[in-house]
Design a protein around this ligand. Structure first.
Ligand code: AR6
Length: 178
């Protein structure tokens, strides 16, 4: 079964097979992780995203889904773009957030990735409370990797890359709790 690891750092610096991008439906870039990935990864990533918009995802990538492109100049082989839900006080969108982790791991498996780095999806610009976002992330990844191990998944490390000390500590506390 895949190991879950936590590191404090910048997701664009991770030498892994696949880096997950906290994108938006347009797939054409934005701020936060998305901005950093396109900046560091270079124009090849955007070129592939545009081709996806011209073909399979003419209306954009739906929330909770995932799709892969090249990683351009990043020290990774692929970027897996996923669209997290915007946090809502009125509506429980947790299933969509869980779907981002599940679908990204499914795509990683299809690619044959062994190491996958995730950011804390939706916990930045999309406003999801960090502790709840961490709980959903860890619970979903644990469930998926346990099930996938029996199905011959090649993923052996799922690394959460937390940008600041607070996020790192929240994930660490959630990991210890389970
Ligand atoms: N490496 C690791 N984590 C990071 C980095 C980095 N380089 N930069 C930020 N974080 P966000 P979202 C953390 O806003 O909430 C974009 O405009 C950050 O502190 O990147 O899913 C997209 O185009 C936070 O904990 O993603 C969408 O429109 C987490 O990563 C929208 O933002 C996610 O923050 C998506 O918002």
């Amino acid at each position: 079964m895949a190991h879950i690891t936590l590191v404090r750092g910048d997701i664009t610096e991770q030498a892994v097979d696949a880096v997950v991008n906290a994108a938006n439906s347009s797939l054409l870039g934005g701020g936060g992780v998305d901005g950093a990935i396109h900046r560091r990864g270079g124009p090849q990533i955007l070129a592939e995203c545009r081709r996806l918009r011209d073909s399979r995802y003419g209306r954009g990538l739906p929330t909770g889904r995932a799709v892969a492109t090249t990683a351009g100049r990043l020290p990774a082989r692929w970027v897996i773009h996923t669209v997290g839900p915007v946090w809502s006080r009125e509506e429980d969108r947790s299933a969509l957030l869980a779907s981002c982790y599940r679908e990204s791991l499914r795509v990683a498996d299809e690619l044959g990735a062994r190491t996958v780095a995730f950011p804390a999806i939706s916990t930045g610009i999309y406003g999801w409370p960090l502790d709840d976002g961490a709980a959903i992330a860890l619970r979903t990844v644990r469930e998926v990797t346990q099930a996938a191990a029996g199905e011959g998944s090649q993923v052996d490390e799922v690394r959460f890359v937390l940008f600041d000390q607070t996020a790192y500590e929240v994930f660490e506390a959630e990991l210890d709790r389970a």
